[in-house]
Design a binder for this molecule. Structure first.
Ligand code: PLP
Length: 393
């Protein structure tokens, strides 16, 4: 059975060109870039090139790029650094729809005595900047708001938000893990202090990330050890993955516009056809302001996990907006924050596409989904009760 992979916000396939540039650094050029000998030194040269490639995608300076192990590490490093460099301040502002890499960290910090403000979003997942304005106090160390939401794709106005934080002398971090490579980002156009990236969301390998730290921003490292990354992140460099990420960024910079036009067309076709063919379905999130590859669709009166199982039988991979926690199916924190009704939130599916998807794959999904939903609704007492009520009217 062929796999139709529509779960690219979870992770992406490593691009062929990325794999090609990485391979020699496992097999032959395995030296340590910190070594004095030429064998190690030649690897250092490639890391410099990768740093330039990442910087170029971001419109940043190479020295503003710090390689980490993942997006989670970058997020944790940014927040923890702010709390150390601004140790007199005990308040953090985030949103209710941040990824657990920020939200769970902040819950832990809350238990350690820090005050956390979680900004709400409206029913379309949109952030109200007036609330941000009101939430910042002289005690605020950092504001951290994601650029693009991993579940709905909704884009936050982070550049504006960073300006507001700066006016009050507050640091600003953004989790751009989902936004990078999908929308243009130019750090010359904003005052964002720190920004997180993860390689495996843009066709580079898992286990490599970046923290962008604007020149002049005080930083305290999370991993303390050797002199790597100009003392901002200890640990021997993950050479093959750094080189792979550099290549992935070069490809993203070159192909972003073309690829995202293609991906958006497929996403829009999928969304349009599913809404047309399946009654009581709707899109979650601001449709005019989303990442081009993501659609989050609710099918009322069915369980997302049941939908995923039937999709899986056909080789279709996606994600659901509910997670089985402590034996009960809880809709995701993102959909709850948006106030999506329970009957809708439970049956939500996130389809996230990439340039590797084909028109035929999308047509197959469009053809199969209506029968999946109909079959599950046939087993749903709520749907049947509703149908009966409607037919009596
Ligand atoms: N932030 C967002 C928005 C994400 O979607 C993810 C991963 O899903 C992360 C952070 C964490 O990245 P990583 O898996 O590299 O730790």
């Amino acid at each position: 059975m062929k796999t139709i992979y529509l779960d690219n916000n979870a992770t992406t396939q490593v691009a062929e060109d990325v794999l090609d540039v990485m391979m020699p650094y496992f097999r032959d050029l395995y030296g340590n870039p910190s070594s004095m000998h030429t064998f190690g030194g030649q690897v250092g040269q490639k890391i410099r090139q990768a740093r330039e490639q990442v910087a170029s995608l971001l419109g940043a300076l190479p020295e503003e790029i710090v390689f980490t192990s993942c997006g989670t590490e970058s997020d944790n490093s940014a927040i923890r650094s702010a709390l150390i460099t601004r140790s007199d301040k005990k308040h953090i502002v985030i949103s209710r729809v941040e990824h657990p890499a920020i939200r769970t960290l902040c819950s832990h910090l809350g238990m350690q005595g820090y005050k956390i403000t979680e900004l709400s979003v409206d029913k379309n997942g949109i952030l109200d900047l007036e609330n941000l304005e009101k939430s910042m106090t002289p005690d605020t160390a950092i504001v951290s708001l994601m650029w693009g939401n991993n579940e709905t794709g909704v884009i936050f106005p982070v550049e504006e938000a960073a300006g507001m934080a700066h006016e009050k002398g507050i640091l600003f971090h953004t989790d751009a893990v989902q936004a990078i490579g999908k929308i243009p980002i130019n750090m010359k156009n904003n005052v964002i202090d720190m920004l997180s990236i993860s390689g495996h969301k843009l066709h580079a390998p898992k286990g490599i990330g970046v923290l962008y730290i604007r020149r002049g921003t005080k930083f305290s490292p999370f991993l303390i050890g050797g002199h790597q990354e100009k003392e901002r992140r200890g640990g021997t460099e993950n050479t093959p993955s750094i080189i792979g990420l550099g290549k992935a960024c070069e490809l993203a910079a070159r192909n972003m516009e073309k690829e995202n036009t293609y991906v958006k067309r497929l996403r829009d076709k999928l969304e349009h056809e599913l809404l047309k063919r399946i009654p009581q379905s709707r899109v979650n999130g601001d449709i005019g302001n989303r990442l081009p590859n993501t659609t989050n669709i609710s099918f009322e009166y069915v369980e997302g996990e049941a939908i995923l199982l039937l999709m899986n039988e056909l080789g279709i991979c996606a994600s659901s907006g509910s997670a089985c926690t402590s034996g009960s199916l809880q809709p995701s924190h993102v959909l709850r924050a948006m106030g999506v009704p329970f009957t809708m939130a439970h049956g939500s599916i996130r389809f996230s596409l990439s340039v590797n998807n084909t028109e035929e794959e999308i047509d197959f999904v469009i053809e199969k989904m209506p029968a999946i939903i109909e079959r599950l609704r046939g087993m749903s007492p709520f749907w049947n009760a509703k149908e009966q009520a409607c037919s009596k009217q």
